[in-house]
Design a protein around this ligand. Structure first.
Ligand SMILES: Nc1ncnc2c1ncn2[C@@H]1O[C@H](COP(=O)(O)OP(=O)(O)OP(=O)(O)O)[C@@H](O)[C@H]1O
Ligand SMILES: [Mg+2]
Ligand SMILES: [Mg+2]
Length: 485
């Protein structure tokens, strides 16, 4: 029998906001233990939660970015459990009336090659609700320590339908979700800092059937690659069990990304009964049209929309857009340069960014924000090439100077005397010499092999010390060759 995998994800995303979700104390990462706390976070007797509207703004924004319906009214519930990561012995969350309902995440599956866009697919969401994050426990041989800095950080839980079909889809889902959250400024989604965390629910069923199989939940998947690897591993494990007549039991398993193995944490029998009930300390929230409209106005273009626009408006090849789009700053940088350089030079700008700028940034181990080359610089450089002031080869040298010092390209060209000052007669002579001195290439070209012309360009560029305008060299060579005898 053939089986297919069915996967549903539960993704936790911390929302950026100055303060915690139900109190004024700040949120953050890497602070001394238990310094981001106050009586509310520590649940001291007599404290009461007060809702932070910015946290709701963030989740409404997430909902709008992900095509969800925003509930008119949502409410807060207590999820009761006894564990030291929550000093209240309950977590404030949203149970049966979440703020965002439905929606979807559009994903791109890997294409046939890197240069070709893959198939797009919509992964339906069940809901997104808001809750408070809990503290962090560190276990030692004989005791455990708890840090409540994370407790009370606004946390969105994004739940998908059981609708993903492979580990690759889960990988694509998380990649797009992350980019979308970063685009909208909702979260930085740094998985190392726990800002994005994912549990994966996995089952298998015979192909052609619709009933869901018994699910296994994988926890502690702390990178997007581990999510993919963990799911692939779990699907294999379940298929192997079926093959040998074993039974898949509903359980939670811990996946070790380094070892590539998983082990059972708890089975269904040990599942909690959370005794949810509405939190009497917090009022339900009504989200009116004006509130939604205010947030909608703050929503940026979605990453795939921007990609489509770059391809249509700027005629950028898919390959370049797939370098620019995942990084909002980089794609904005590109647009800033194109705005100055003009639409016609968009491809050139894109190429310089995707090749030279990114390579130099990575070699210098710095980010875009620290780049001494600015959008106006790149626009200027591309302009200098376009009007024939400098060749591409010289432009590379100018780029490197600007990258190192921040000196404007035109200034570098002036200071170093890099302007193409070849006069037409001189160039023509160099071309004649190149044709006369390359019998083989000349005969090949005259025999119909167009590419052979390139072998004659090298000596000309060399004679001009790289300054000659390649377009002009090409034209001159062709003109002379046409009448060569
Ligand atoms: N049989 C299944 N196979 C794969 N995924 C499933 C299956 N059943 C549910 N899921 C997925 O598991 C996730 C959560 O499922 P469910 O609503 O059952 O919550 P739960 O895991 O029981 O509770 P909790 O919210 O406490 O984790 C969803 O993403 C859903 O799509
Ligand atoms: Mg679950
Ligand atoms: Mg939850």
């Amino acid at each position: 029998m053939n089986y297919e995998a069915v996967i549903g994800l539960e993704v936790h995303v911390q929302a950026k906001s100055a303060s915690k979700i139900f109190t004024r104390v700040g949120q953050g990462y890497g602070h001394d233990e238990n310094t981001l706390t106050d009586p509310v976070v520590l649940a001291l007797p007599g404290t009461l939660p007060v809702m932070n509207k910015a946290a709701l703004d963030a989740i409404i924004k997430a909902g709008l970015m992900l095509h969800c319906e925003i509930a008119e009214v949502c409410k807060w519930d207590r999820k009761n459990y006894f564990y030291p990561d929550s000093p209240k012995n309950y977590q404030i969350t949203q149970y049966d009336q979440p703020i965002c309902i439905g929606g979807y995440v559009e994903i791109e599956l890997p294409g046939p090659s890197r240069n070709v866009m893959g198939e797009h697919k919509k992964i339906p969401l069940t809901r997104i609700h808001l809750e408070e994050d809990v503290g962090k426990l560190t276990h030692f041989a004989h005791d455990s320590l708890v840090d409540y800095n994370r407790a009370g950080t606004p946390l969105m839980e994004i739940v998908t339908d059981p609708a993903l079909a492979s580990a690759e889809e889960a990988y694509a889902f998380l990649t797009t979700l992350r980019t979308t959250m970063i685009y909208a400024g909702i979260s930085d989604c740094d998985m190392e800092k726990g800002q994005l965390r994912c549990d994966a629910n996995i089952s298998i069923r015979p192909v052609g059937t619709t009933e869901l199989g018994t699910k296994v939940e994988l926890k502690n998947l702390n990178s997007i690659s581990y999510v993919r690897d963990g799911i692939a591993h779990e699907i294999k494990r379940q298929l192997a069990l079926k093959k040998t007549g074993g039974e898949i039991v509903q359980e939670t398993r811990d996946y070790d990304g380094i070892a590539g193995t998983s082990q059972s944490l708890r089975s269904k029998e040990e599942a909690h009964d959370y005794r949810y009930f509405p939190d009497p300390d917090l009022m339900p929230v009504r989200v009116d049209e004006a509130w939604k409209a205010r947030i909608a106005a703050e929503c940026p273009e979605r990453p795939f929309e921007k990609q489509q626009r770059f391809m249509t408006d700027y005629d950028l090849p898919y390959t370049i857009t797939s370098v620019l789009i995942p990084d909002r700053e980089l794609s904005d940088w590109f647009e800033a340069a194109v705005t100055i350089a003009g639409r016609a030079k968009a491809q050139a700008v894109g190429n310089w960014i995707a090749n030279d700028l990114l390579r130099e940034l990575s070699a210098a181990k710095i980010g875009l924000a620290e780049s001494k080359v600015t959008p106006p610089h790149l626009a200027e450089l591309v302009g200098l090439i376009d009007v024939g002031t400098i060749s591409n080869q010289i432009a590379r040298e100018v780029f490197n100077e600007t990258f190192a010092s921040g000196e404007a390209p035109a200034a570098v060209v002036d200071r170093k005397g890099l302007k193409d000052d070849t006069d037409a007669d001189e160039l023509e002579q160099w071309c004649r010499d190149a044709i006369a001195g390359n019998d083989k290439a000349r005969e090949q070209f005259l025999g119909g092999k167009d590419g052979a012309i390139n072998a004659m360009k090298g000596p000309v560029m060399k004679a001009s010390r790289g300054k000659a305008n390649p377009k002009l060299v090409d034209e001159t060579l062709r003109r002379l060759l046409a009448n060569w005898s």
